[in-house]
Ligand binder design. Structure first.
Ligand SMILES: Cc1ncc(COP(=O)(O)O)c(C=O)c1O
Length: 406
């Protein structure tokens, strides 16, 4: 991967060359293509869609192209399977309210204690209508969600299993395809959080056969919104969450207008990724280029995080919260740790003056931090790298940590 080319695509690195951004799982930098797209849309196409005059028709056309780009990115079979919303959290709420209308008291949903509250809190709300919500607990020794533990929870009443593809704290990649197959065999559906996965590996909803899958575009080099995939057959059966006369997907899951300029910008993010994969500007938007881009990202990030994992792993006072390998198959470049004697807040505040943006806390994975007993440590220190970070930046972080850890 040509890191100089990559960094040149992100205007922030020209504006603020000294700042090191390592809180990317919180929010990534926005690629220049997407920033330009927002301005372009608002300058030239800022009209209501669906009218017969030329600007409205043109706006509809470019938005359709941007949504097709996102469809390609997800590998969704149909464009009406792509739903956009203000955030992942709001999309999960809408899905939850839609699904629950078809469920009875006594029906069951399984959530994990690893997930961000986004894929938990909405489902727990359903307890008020008699839905049973069960928790699939992480093994605190291995940091893994074990398949046997899931099987123990599943019954004939299980309607849905909600799990994360990658935990925003642990960083390890869960076997989505295997779990989805197993859950389908038991007659249930899956709702998968891809927020911490999408910036690092390519989504393929058809290969995994997932029912619902979502990610946040502001953590994937774009603007603040969320995207949810749902299987067409399933979406068609759901009542939706919009005016009663709006009966088709995605509109029935998108109450009010969506942010057109941000939807347009998401197409520009996909364009950037295809350009990266093709090694040239304005490359064709296709899966081949996307696969190539993410292959480069995966290899680059695995090497990038390796020295940090090595340093933290060999330090006797540090405990990595998650697997301590950097192989691209097993984990993404999101790494959390705690120190035996220094709380996580103190560590982050020590690093702040070095102009390195890292962070401490529970990152809304509240139950994971509770279950692992890390609350009194002020949660974990999380370093979340993206493909635009450099080896020098990682070295700078390690040096700053050494000052504190000795
Ligand atoms: C893993 C994960 N899931 C879901 C979310 C929620 O995303 P949004 O802000 O788009 O609702 C976050 C945000 O931090 C996250 O890290």
């Amino acid at each position: 991967m040509d890191i100089n080319w990559v960094r040149a695509q992100f205007p922030v690195f020209n504006q603020d060359p000294e700042m090191v951004f390592m809180d990317n799982a919180g929010g990534s930098q926005t690629v220049g293509h997407a920033i330009t797209a927002i301005s372009e849309y608002l300058t030239h196409y800022d009209v209501q869609l669906g009218a017969s005059y030329s600007t409205s028709a043109q706006a509809a056309k470019i938005l359709q192209q941007a949504t097709q780009a996102v469809q390609t990115y997800l590998n969704a079979a149909h464009i009406d399977e792509v739903i956009v919303g203000a955030s992942s959290t709001s999309l999960v709420r809408i899905l939850c309210l839609s699904l629950a209308q078809g469920w009875q008291a006594g029906d069951e949903v399984i959530v994990t204690d690893v997930d961000h509250e986004c894929n938990r809190a909405a489902w727990f709300e359903l307890e008020k209508q008699g839905i049973v919500v069960k928790t699939w607990q992480v093994n605190p020794q291995t940091y893994e969600l074990e398949t046997d533990a899931l099987l123990d929870l599943m019954t004939n009443s299980t309607k849905l299993v909600c799990f994360t593809h990658v935990s925003n704290i642990l960083g390890s990649i869960n076997p989505i395809e295997q779990w989805t197959q197993l859950i389908h065999q038991h007659g249930a559906q899956v709702c998968v959080d891809g927020v911490a996965y999408a910036p690092h590996r390519l989504i393929d909803v058809q290969a995994w056969d997932v029912d619902y899958y979502y990610f946040s575009t502001y953590k994937t080099f774009g603007p603040h919104q969320g995207v949810m995939y749902g299987k067409r057959d399933l979406l068609n059966q759901l009542p939706g969450f919009n005016h009663a006369f709006i009966k088709t997907s995605p509109y029935k899951f998108q109450p009010g207008n969506v942010n057109y300029e941000l939807c347009y910008a998401m197409g520009a993010v996909v364009q950037y990724l295809c350009d990266l994969g093709a090694g040239k500007r304005e490359a064709e938007i296709n899966r081949y280029h996307l696969k190539n881009a993410y292959h480069q990202i995966a290899q680059y990030e695995a090497e990038l995080i390796n020295p940090l994992i090595k340093y933290l792993h060999q330090h006797p006072a540090i405990n990595i919260i998650g697997i301590n390998q950097s192989t691209a198959e097993k984990r993404v470049a999101t790494l959390s740790f705690v120190h035996k004697n220094i709380d996580s807040k103190t560590i982050v505040e020590h690093v702040d003056p070095y102009q390195i943006g890292i962070r401490f806390g529970d990152f809304y994975a509240v139950e994971l931090i509770n279950h692992l007993g890390l609350r009194e440590k002020q949660g974990v220190v999380r370093v979340s790298l993206a493909h635009y970070n450099t080896a020098d930046e990682v070295e700078k972080l390690i040096k700053s940590l050494k000052v504190l850890f000795l």
